[in-house]
Structures are given as structure tokens and as C-alpha cells.
Design a protein around this ligand. Structure first.
Ligand SMILES: [Zn+2]
Length: 322
């Protein structure tokens, strides 16, 4: 699959960096004092998975390219999601996986980049009994601030001083390409600067990968391009069981299983995003995959169903004990 530079840039221009923090549909209200560590642990084969709720983000309906009120209400009426005046609240999840003597993160939350409703993952990791120095490896699905923000402090220091950072070579190259940055509208350039700043402290312990490769400790990368050029899922194999961390294949459980073509303003290449989503849904159905995602309702573990031609999400039961 090749990335079409024209549609890619067109997509970017539809998603100015400021939109994430100041668009009418994205309201960042609340108080850090209300924040409590929220986490859930489960086992997968020999691996222990801890999922952290970094916080939540209201997605304004105007962010969806093909939003239709009647269609949205039809989807909402089948489930328990509620529309708020700010839009649909979605979670931001991050993960710790302990397997084969290693401690690995999948994504790192937002830190303080997106306001007081987010940035709880660091404290939640401590609450789970893991210090930042213990992290061996961070697998990054893509370089948006709700995934890479927690990698560095406001002063540009590495939050995980001993961790290697694994990220797709395509993803790294895209956000570090000065020509691409110069060609996008000024409002979008902040995304590039933010992405660069969050990963900069890891430049000397970087593992850039290409395509589908084994990354160690049971993980294999799975390219899922569209949302960003190098957007990547990670398949974890442990004790004969599999779990796919699919990053941002969906942002809204409420709407995008029903309407896979409803891309959002942050998708770099909307057409490719929708194509990747459909292919991923089909594979998930065919393989009965257990999967989790950064914006699937916490704790975000489940599978995709297809009934009468329509996709749906089925949450896994809460797992008690490890
Ligand atoms: Zn995201």
C-alpha cells in the first residue's frame, strides 16, 4: 500500500494542530485534583497486561467527516453511549506488558499536553508498582500527542530513562521531514513540533522498524496506515494466546463500528484510514481476534463481530485475578 502524498497532505490540512487543544468540539475541562489512578490487570498466556486510563477526550461531532445526526442517533440508540454537549467522550488508554522478564509499554499517554482531563498514566503506572526506570521498551503506535506525550517531561527529559523506543521508520520519517512540515498549513505544524519533542530524548536508543517484524518479548508489528502514515498495531503472542494492540483503528466505539467510513479530522489520509479499518475489522472477525485499542471504552478488551453485514464491538468480560 502506498501513501498518496496529496491526500495525505490534504488530510493533514484538515487537522490543524490547534484543533486538538482548541477546537469547539474538544473541551478540556475539569481538575487534576479529581484524578485518581485507574487501571485494570489481566493475563494473556504467560504475560501480565495492565491497562491504564490516561484520561478522556470529548470528540466533537464536527470532527467526523461524514457526520449525520440521524445516523448517529440510530447507532447510539443501540448502545449505552451518550452524546454530551461537547460530543462523545472517548478514553485514552496506555499499557504495561510484563512478559519474559521484560516490562514493555504500548503507548505512553499524554502527560500534560492535552489538559487536566488527561495525563494520568504516569501516576497509574506508579500505583501499579512499576517505576519508570524499570521500563525496558516502549512500543509506539504512532506519534500523536495522546500516545507519545507521556514519553518526555515538559523540560524535554526522558520519562523512561532506560527504555528503548520502537516506532515505525515511516512514522518517524514523516514527523521529522522538514519539507512535509513546511508544506502543511501553519496551524498543523505544531503537531510536528510536538511529535519531535516527545521522542527526542530517545534518539540514541531508537529501534526503527519497517513492516511486520518481531520486536521481542512476543511482540510483532502490524502496519495499519492511514490515521498516520506509520500507524502500527502490535500483536502479542504468549502461551498460545494472542492479543492485538491496534492503536487508533477506531476513535469512537459508538459510531465507527457502525460507520467504518466516518473518518475524523486527525486522520492523515482519510481514504486509507477507512480502508485499513475495514480490512482490520474483517481480519478480526475472520480470526476471532482478541484486541484492545487506545480509544476503546476502558478497559478496552474485546473483539469485532459481524452480523447481517454490520460490524459491532463485543467487550470481553472483566477478568478477575491474574
Ligand atoms: Zn489517539
Amino acid at each position: 500500500m502506498t501513501i498518496n502524498r496529496r491526500t495525505l497532505l490534504a488530510g493533514l490540512s484538515a487537522a490543524p494542530a490547534a484543533a486538538l487543544v482548541s477546537a469547539p468540539g474538544v473541551v478540556l475541562a475539569g481538575s487534576a485534583e479529581e484524578r485518581r489512578p485507574v487501571l485494570h490487570q489481566y493475563s494473556l498466556g504467560a504475560a501480565k497486561v495492565t491497562v491504564f486510563l490516561d484520561g478522556h477526550l470529548p470528540l466533537g461531532t464536527q470532527l467526523f467527516a461524514a457526520y449525520d445526526e440521524e445516523a448517529a442517533q440510530a447507532a447510539l440508540s443501540k448502545g449505552l453511549h451518550r452524546m454530551t454537549p461537547e460530543g462523545l467522550n472517548i478514553p485514552v488508554n496506555g499499557y504495561l506488558i510484563e512478559q519474559a522478564g521484560q516490562k514493555i509499554l504500548v503507548d505512553a499517554g499524554t502527560s500534560d499536553l492535552l489538559g487536566p482531563n488527561l495525563g494520568a498514566m504516569g501516576d497509574a503506572l506508579l500505583a501499579a508498582g512499576t517505576r519508570p526506570e524499570e521500563i525496558d521498551l516502549v512500543l509506539l503506535t504512532h506519534m500523536h500527542p495522546d500516545h507519545s506525550g507521556g514519553l518526555s517531561t515538559a523540560d524535554g527529559e526522558a520519562v523512561y530513562p532506560n527504555a528503548e523506543l520502537a516506532v515505525s521508520e515511516v512514522e518517524w520519517g514523516f514527523w521529522h521531514d522538514d519539507a512535509i512540515m513546511a508544506s502543511v498549513p501553519e496551524g498543523s505544524q505544531g503537531f510536528f513540533l510536538m511529535a519531535r519533542k516527545t521522542v527526542a530524548p530517545y534518539a540514541d536508543r531508537l529501534r526503527l522498524f519497517k513492516g511486520e517484524v518481531e520486536l521481542g518479548a512476543g511482540f510483532t508489528s502490524l502496519p495499519l496506515p492511514g490515521h498516520t502514515p506509520g500507524h502500527t498495531g502490535f500483536m502479542l503472542d504468549s502461551g498460545g494466546e494472542q492479543l492485538l494492540f491496534w492503536g487508533d483503528v477506531i476513535h469512537s466505539v459508538a459510531l465507527q463500528f457502525a460507520y467504518p467510513d466516518w473518518t475524523i479530522a486527525f486522520d492523515t489520509d482519510p481514504a486509507m484510514t477507512a480502508e485499513t479499518r475495514r480490512k482490520m475489522f474483517d481480519r478480526a472477525v475472520a480470526d476471532n481476534l482478541l484486541l484492545t485499542g487506545a480509544h476503546i471504552d476502558f478497559p478496552g478488551l474485546g473483539r469485532v463481530l459481524k452480523q447481517d453485514g454490520a460490524y459491532a464491538y463485543q467487550a470481553a468480560p472483566w477478568q478477575f485475578g491474574l
